[in-house]
Design a protein around this ligand. Structure first.
Ligand code: NAD
Ligand code: ZN
Length: 343
């Protein structure tokens, strides 16, 4: 089969022929239809410090996908050949303290497809049946293929927050930030202020329902105007940029909540007393998607018709044009970039 492979410890990917994966008795083989491309794939492509420390080439890249089940192992009972599915790409142990207390999203034994084992930028992928998530008939493979980052946004927006009527600041309008804007809107936030340095991305945030979409230098004024000077109830930090993290703590109201998804490139300094303690705020660190509350919430929101992620997808490429796909993401102008792998 055709697969996009991190072939050697150097910059780049290679599209090549590799054997179709074999499956274990508890796994299923999925024919990949659509696959989302993500910043993580760019890190692996560029072979940066994180990728060097984590990944062991050769392996097939890609972790966001949807497709059709083409065979199932002998122990699999609830997934059938022909099922339309996506999957949770974090494969957890199911046995550790965290997994056994309903916190599998932070399982220390997590293996990620396309990072720690073969991924989905290929005609087929093997997945443990426990990770498979069935798609409703009216959810397209394209939308199925972006459930992973959409799930990051659902997790960040919904876990421990009280969105109905809330005022929200979303710092960073990459694909995940703009999904989050749409989710907050659907969940009944009363005012959503989105910030980004990139006008193209602010446009997407407006399309997804942001009431105000502003450059970070104008975020304070927008928040003050929308909250009688109080600060927002909830901040979703989705940029990983230190200036935005400080702004998140500055613009949340006293007693509010900051959900942090964005990953700073290196350690950063905080004034813990001033920015967190004496504001009496709650800070939540987001890892992946909660298994499987986030998936259930995502499915219900899509079913309700009140949240439509489609405008977030701006670029579609065949696997052969992988270099263009990486370039589109690096440009910072794209929403979600998707590979059309088979029909
Ligand atoms: P992205 O890089 O496309 O989006 C980040 C956005 O932040 C960009 O549009 C950028 O212009 C904007 N930005 C830069 N400076 C800013 C500032 N000062 N204020 C506001 N916005 C600013 O990334 P993405 O794919 O949407 O992912 C968002 C973040 O989440 C990244 O840091 C990514 O690494 C991280 N992430 C975390 C998890 C997790 O499990 N915690 C999972 C996936 C992604
Ligand atoms: Zn575990």
């Amino acid at each position: 089969m055709k697969a996009l492979v991190k072939d050697s410890p150097a910059v780049g990917f290679v599209l090549k022929d590799v054997p179709v994966p074999t499956i274990r008795d508890d796994e299923v083989l999925i024919r990949v239809r659509r696959a989302g491309v993500c910043g993580t794939d760019v890190h692996i492509h560029e072979w940066d410090d994180w990728a060097r420390g984590r990944c062991k080439p050769p392996f097939t890249v890609g972790h966001e996908f949807a497709g059709e089940v083409s065979s199932v192992g002998s122990l699999v009972t609830d997934v059938k050949v022909g099922d339309r599915v996506t999957a949770e790409g974090h494969i957890v142990c199911g046995r550790c303290h965290l997994c056994r207390t309903g916190n599998g999203h932070v399982c220390p034994n997590t293996k990620i497809i396309g990072v720690d084992r073969d991924g989905c930028f290929a005609e087929f992928i093997a997945m443990p049946a426990t990770n498979v998530w069935h798609l409703d008939d009216d959810v397209s493979y394209e939308i199925g293929g972006i459930h992973d980052p959409m799930g990051n946004a659902f997790h960040t927006a919904l876990h421990g927050t009280e969105l109905p009527g809330a005022t929200v600041l979303v710092t960073g309008c990459g694909p995940i930030g703009i999904f989050a804007v749409g989710i907050c809107r659907a969940a009944g936030a009363s005012r959503i202020i989105a910030s980004d340095v990139n006008p193209k991305r602010l446009e997407l945030a407006r399309a997804m329902g942001a009431h105000d979409a502003v450059h970070p230098k104008d975020a304070e004024a927008a928040v003050k105007a929308a909250t009688d000077g109080l600060g927002v109830d909830i901040v979703l930090e989705m940029s990983g940029v230190p200036a935005a993290v400080h702004q998140a703590f500055a613009l949340v109201r006293v007693g509010g909540r900051v959900q942090i998804l964005g990953i700073p490139a290196k350690p950063m300094e905080l004034d813990l007393a001033r920015e967190i303690i004496f504001k009496g705020i709650t800070v939540y660190g987001v890892v992946g998607r909660r298994m499987y509350e986030t998936w259930i919430q995502m499915t219900q929101f899509l079913r309700s018709g009140q949240f439509d992620p489609k405008p977030v997808i701006t670029h579609r490429f065949p696997l052969e044009e992988h270099a263009e796909a990486i370039r589109a993401i690096k440009s910072g102008e794209a929403g979600k970039v998707v590979f059309e792998i088979s029909n």
